[in-house]
Ligand binder design. Structure first.
Ligand SMILES: *[C@@H]1O[C@H](CO)[C@@H](O)[C@H](O)[C@H]1NC(C)=O
Ligand SMILES: *[C@@H]1O[C@H](CO)[C@@H](O)[C@H](O)[C@H]1NC(C)=O
Length: 456
């Protein structure tokens, strides 16, 4: 999605630099975050039933789950590309059932159905497929691997919330759930896949359907809505003009120039991450320069794996800077995700008043940019502020203490308790007073969103 907006490359091309020697870098920086070598963009961790512990002396009252979709194909095509994206054997699944509208049914129950298939005719030599983008996946589509990772997450949630905690019904009951997704195939398919893991076929009953709610994209609030809120873009550009960030830009310029030259395309860093990491995550060769005679990507100059990692790291640092540490971060987070934080807070409040909330578990299927802004609002620790990997998952659990009327919130991000930044220890998110947590959410909700989005 539209995550970063500032152009931070320059069109001026310098002498080829094969890779950037790490030693040559400035050592003292006013702002410096290290990306740990354990970071993996391709696959986020999930909770583990062996280490998961219920909160002592308390009952689970409500759960909110915010996810990023799983592994996907690239969004940015590059010219003269011969990469084949053929990892979408199970196509756009159940959601294409016209007569069932937005109802979610397991594939087994469908019977007669029309199913959409991405298909690129190989025999048409005059199609764009002969110069870029081949295979059976649409651009930005959830791949089979992307579905499998959300099935796996669903299976783990079953082990924890059905088997261990006895919280959710073992048989699928649509009344337990509230399901919302952004209106894109990869997020909708991710939610479906997760539910398939949580309730495999024997646990579905006939006629039980769960509506998947989507908002019109014009008013979508689960990810930064830059169309309606141009100020997010302005603020992001301002953040990337700050001197602390300029140091990074300068440091990485030879690398981004080189990548742009090999790709023969200039993009935002998020574009390079998209082009390179989709290939890294699929073990596909990284792009080489174009041979001027054959016009194919078989030139001698190829992007190296360590360069792709560096591009990824810049992207991660940008997440930390834009959403947490820049002077503009708080306002960016408010405008990007404040309205959705209001939805979360409203739901938690309803769950704290008995009988006003009928479901137990809410699933919000969204994006890296959604989680990035939420993490920024929570002022998450360095390693948890990095670019949210595929299948990132945030569980916000509401617990009621058995012998008092007080409520606690626990936040797990990618399987670990969310740790807040040491400079802003506003709560222990292993056991945070619900009132403190709600106050934090409230502080990021703009009074008048539209006004805030258009002011300067
Ligand atoms: C792409 O290649 C053409 C032809 O060699 C060149 O003129 C152009 O500057 C290149 N663009 C980029 C962004 O590298
Ligand atoms: C996070 O905490 C630091 C240190 O207190 C603060 O400077 C920064 O503005 C906070 N960021 C957000 C988004 O709250």
């Amino acid at each position: 999605m539209r995550t970063f907006t500032l152009t931070f490359f320059s069109a001026c091309l310098v002498v080829a630099v094969k890779s950037i020697p790490l030693e040559s870098r400035d050592t003292k920086l006013p702002w410096d975050i290290k990306v740990p070598p354990t970071y993996s963009y391709c696959r986020a961790d999930i909770p583990n039933r062996h280490t998961y512990e219920p909160l002592m002396g308390a009952d689970l009252v409500h759960v909110q789950l915010v996810i990023r979709h799983g592994d996907r194909t690239p969004l940015n095509p590059i010219i003269a590309d011969n990469t084949v994206w053929d990892s979408c054997s199970r196509q756009l699944d159940t959601m294409t059932l016209a007569d069932k509208g937005s109802l979610l049914l397991p594939l087994e129950d469908i019977g007669m159905a029309v199913q959409q298939r991405t298909f690129i005719p190989p025999e048409n030599k005059k199609s764009f497929a002969s110069v870029m983008y081949q295979g059976n996946c649409d651009q930005g589509q959830l791949t089979d691997g992307g579905k499998a990772m959300h099935v796996e997450l669903g299976e783990m949630l079953r082990e924890i919330y059905v088997e261990q905690l006895d919280y959710l019904n073992p048989e699928f009951d649509q009344d337990d759930f509230y399901l919302r997704s952004t209106n894109l195939w990869r997020t909708k398919n991710s939610a479906e896949a997760l539910l398939k893991g949580l309730y495999p076929a024997p646990f579905w009953q006939d006629g039980r359907v769960l509506p998947m709610l989507t908002w019109p994209s014009l008013i979508e609030n689960m990810s930064p809505n830059e169309e309606v809120c141009p100020r997010i873009d302005d603020l992001t550009q301002d953040a990337l003009k700050e001197p602390e960030w300029k140091i990074y830009e300068k440091r990485y310029k030879p690398l981004t120039d080189r990548v742009s030259r090999v790709l023969n395309d200039t993009m935002l860093n998020a574009g390079y991450v998209d082009v390179l990491m989709t290939r890294v995550c699929h073990d596909k060769p990284l792009p080489c320069s174009i041979n001027p005679i054959t016009q194919k990507r078989e030139g001698s100059d190829c992007i190296q794996r360590n360069e792709a990692n560096e591009i990824m790291n810049i992207g991660s640092l940008q997440y930390v800077w834009v959403n947490r540490d820049s002077p503009q971060a708080t306002e960016i987070d408010k405008l990007s995700i404040g309205s959705f934080l209001y939805d979360l807070a409203t739901e938690i409040r309803a769950a704290m008043v008995e009988h006003t909330l009928d479901h137990k578990f809410s699933i919000y299927s969204a994006h890296d940019s959604s989680l990035g802004a939420i993490l920024g609002s929570f002022n998450a620790s360095d390693s948890q502020m990095l670019w949210p990997p595929y299948r990132s998952n945030m569980l916000i659990e509401l617990w009621k203490q058995k012998y008092s009327n007080s409520y606690k919130i626990r936040v797990l991000y990618n399987g670990q308790t969310l740790i807040v930044n040491t400079n802003d220890e506003w709560c222990d998110l292993n056991e945070c007073d619900a009132s403190t947590f709600l106050k934090r959410l409230d502080s990021f909700v703009p009074d008048n969103l539209l006004e805030a989005c258009n002011s300067s």
